[in-house]
Ligand binder design. Structure first.
Ligand code: PLP
Ligand code: COI
Length: 366
């Protein structure tokens, strides 16, 4: 049975932010601080399915204090970016991949699955409407934040019978205030992010709430970010708070680019996936396998691991310059951004900003 196409009602704002104020925001957007003039909402009700799809002015929500999301956290989200292209048009990076991951997250949280085409259309409508908000300088972009929450009111612990899907958008410069400076990381042996059978591979709000205490611990040790280890042995590297990790073995054209394999407890990043392909395009070998903290420490000491970097939609590619744990720390390589890290970063951004040919069909043009 094919699902009928969901029609969106368009209700443009009569009071968009004046152009001069918008330009001031775009000159220094930071990350997640400012939001565009519109948002998209779509409702789902048991027995009725998806309905009331609207593009409307950005506005606060009114929630009943007994809204189930506030108590039991049925809440999932996505993150993807729209980039200005050389001809002034706008294209979104791999929205179909985010739409499918959103469906998988929904299944894990016992929420309804939004059709892929509705997810993409909702993003398209918002970007089209707020096109003036897409930055045109360098690697800046318009970050899209689709999310879904339970809308039912009640305190019974069960999947809700009503949900709201929304998309909001925020102009994005650099995720880290230092720009492309190497970050320092804390290997968390005390707290874990996800255990087998848990929600680690879903992009659900609770995973992030549970990470904050470890992030604060990392900060106490003078580190920018936390690196999560596997829950059972606390030995194998999984990922970071909002990014996947890559290790570069060897150097030059002979380098192998290694990333922790998807074990079910880490988020299958779309940047991670794209880099596996791009690295091979550039002639590097790639591996997805388990990698332990000892392997990292020893590989760093004997020089076999030359570079480490983090990757994600918000953070793009960020070099890791220093690692610390309760058992001591080490400088990664010479502590500066590695050559292969920066080569991959440029190659990815070149596709996203339309400077390089999109041979894999990743850019969704509006
Ligand atoms: N891991 C976590 C926990 C994340 O929140 C993110 C960000 O979305 C990533 C990895 C990277 O995923 P992606 O490349 O799809 O943004
Ligand atoms: C993203 O990169 O899209 C993320 O979701 C990471 C973080 C902002 C939560």
């Amino acid at each position: 049975m094919t699902t009928p196409r969901i029609e969106f009602e368009l209700k443009p704002s009569s009071q968009p932010l004046p152009a001069a104020e918008r330009e001031a925001v775009l000159a220094d957007p930071g990350f997640g601080r400012y939001f565009t003039d519109h948002m998209v909402t779509v409702k789902w009700t048991e027995g009725r399915g998806w309905h009331d799809a609207q593009l409307q002015p950005y506005a606060p929500l009114s929630l009943d204090p007994a809204n189930m999301t506030l108590h039991y956290a049925q809440s999932i989200f996505e993150g993807l970016k729209a980039y200005r292209q050389p001809d002034g048009s706008v294209a979104v990076f791999r929205p179909d991949a985010n739409a499918r991951r959103f469906q998988r997250s929904a299944r894990r949280l016992a929420m309804p699955e939004l059709p892929v085409e509705t997810f993409i259309e909702a993003c398209d409508l918002l970007v089209r409407q707020d096109k003036e908000w897409v930055p045109s300088e360098g690697e800046a972009s318009l970050y899209l934040r689709p999310f879904m929450i339970a809308s039912e009111v009640g305190l019974g612990v069960k999947p809700a019978n009503e949900y709201t899907f929304m998309v909001i958008a925020s102009p994005a410069g650099s995720y880290f205030s230092g720009g492309v400076q190497p970050v320092s990381v804390w290997l968390s042996e005390e707290y874990v992010r996800a255990a087998p059978g848990g929600t680690g591979e879903a992009k659900c709000a609770g995973n992030y709430a549970a990470s904050l205490v470890a992030q604060a611990e990392a900060a106490r040790h003078g580190c920018d970010q936390v690196v999560w280890l596997d829950a059972l042995e606390r030995r194998y590297i999984e990922e970071m708070g909002g990014m996947n990790l890559y290790f570069v073995e060897g150097g030059g054209a002979d380098a192998t680019i290694v990333t922790p394999e998807l074990t079910g407890t880490l988020l299958p990043g779309i940047t991670r996936d794209s880099l596996l392909t791009l690295a091979r395009d550039l002639g590097y070998r790639t591996q997805e396998r388990r990698i332990s903290t000892d392997e990292w420490r020893e590989g760093n000491a004997d020089g076999s691991i030359s570079e480490v970097f983090a990757c994600g939609t918000a953070a793009v590619i960020t070099p890791v310059g220093e690692a610390k744990s309760a058992r001591g720390g080490w400088t990664v390589g010479d502590g500066t951004a590695g050559e292969i890290t920066m080569r991959l970063r440029e190659a990815l951004l070149a596709v996203q900003t339309g400077q390089a040919e999109d041979v894999h069909g990743w850019m969704h043009e509006l």
